[in-house]
Design a binder for this molecule. Structure first.
Ligand code: TRP
Length: 338
């Protein structure tokens, strides 16, 4: 079975955009692959080092999000990045194999620095996070990394590091392939290109039905449409984008009917939104239920994270042993206890 490694920065609860863009796919992939999912708290700290409580709280929230959408700890190894010391060790070794100029050229890092306005005073930790991400991916010799298109430069950087490592020290590491889903990014409730907590345009997996209703009724739709009798535009309309993403197969005909009536000016925005509230709450209800089950068993969540982390450490130890022998820093390996 091929191995997958992927993960998220724990910086807040996950939302519908995460579901469409990655969680849904992970639930499927766990049946076909040996899947590792990492809570990337060390990476989250690269730009949240002054807010450790947020990262700490998000570990639990994101784990609950994973479990409630159906990521199954029997099939998927869920673990915490900071608890794998070998990732930090590998990062240090890989730093010799990457130039600072190459990191500045990494398109994802470049874009993030611009967004955060830290081009002039970026920390070493932030600039180097692609190196740490290479360690995330290689410590368990992952074959595949399912990611969004924005993360492809990270995988490319990892592949370069792996090739360089292997050419100098020997064929130890596995060169991973990105597994890019063709999932379009879910727009925000305000119509902006990206659903995001910081843009305040997100519907969270943990939102109550009342919160969902409020957010949907406030949603941005077709701005040119004033009255229900005006001809409406379906394409690019966030309400219909969400309906497309969350309508079940059996309800497709209802959606098609709403679409044609919308285009012909025969249905009001309020009615379509009320329908979307129903669709989203039907989708979220079982997720909420599962979340509640787990919320009532905090010890179980801790156990899942502990066991996943233990399994990840076992993989890390195997790789690290090979790496240290290859790098000729295996000074004490002849000792019996090693
Ligand atoms: N950089 C990813 C993000 O921002 C999170 C991440 C950390 C990750 N380490 C990873 C993703 C390794 C895939 C593989 O979403």
């Amino acid at each position: 079975m091929k191995r997958i490694l992927t993960g998220d920065r724990p910086t807040g609860r996950l939302h519908l955009g995460h579901f469409v863009g990655s969680l849904k796919n992970r639930v499927k992939l766990q049946d076909e692959y040996d899947q590792f999912v990492m809570l990337a708290d060390v990476q989250a700290l690269t730009d949240n080092f002054d807010n450790p409580q947020k990262v700490r709280d998000s570990i639990k929230e994101v784990t609950l999000d994973y479990l409630s959408v159906g990521i199954d700890p029997q099939k998927t190894t869920i673990f915490i990045q900071s608890q794998i010391p070998q990732i930090a060790e590998l990062t240090v070794f890989y730093m010799n194999l990457v130039t600072v100029a190459r990191l500045y050229r990494n398109p994802t890092v470049k874009e993030e620095m611009k967004q955060k306005g830290i081009e002039e005073n970026v920390t070493l930790g932030f600039l180097a996070y692609p190196v740490s991400q290479a360690a995330d991916i290689t410590f368990c010799k992952a074959d595949l990394v399912p990611v969004g298109a924005d993360q492809v430069p990270m995988i490319e950087q990892t592949r370069e590091i792996v090739r360089k490592f292997n050419s100098i020290y020997g064929q130890i590491l596995v060169e991973p392939e990105p597994l890019v889903g063709d999932f379009p990014r879910l727009v925000g409730t305000d119509g902006q290109a990206k659903m995001s907590k910081s843009l305040n345009n997100a519907i969270f997996l943990a939102d109550s039905s009342e919160e969902v209703e409020k957010k949907v009724m406030d949603m941005y739709t077709d701005p040119k449409r004033i009255k229900p009798t005006d001809l409406g535009t379906v394409e690019g309309n966030p309400v219909f984008i969400y309906l497309d993403a969350f309508t079940t197969e059996t309800d497709k005909h209802k959606l098609d009917d709403f679409k044609s009536r919308y285009k012909e000016g025969k249905v009001g925005d309020v009615e379509v939104k009320q329908y979307l509230v129903k669709v989203l709450n039907n989708f979220l209800d079982p997720i909420r239920e599962k979340r509640k089950e787990y919320e009532n068993q905090p010890h179980l969540i801790e156990k899942i994270l502990k066991e996943g982390t233990k399994k990840a450490i076992a993989e890390a130890e195997k790789t690290m042993k090979e790496v240290k022998i290859a790098m000729k820093i295996d000074y004490f390996y002849h000792d019996k206890h090693q």
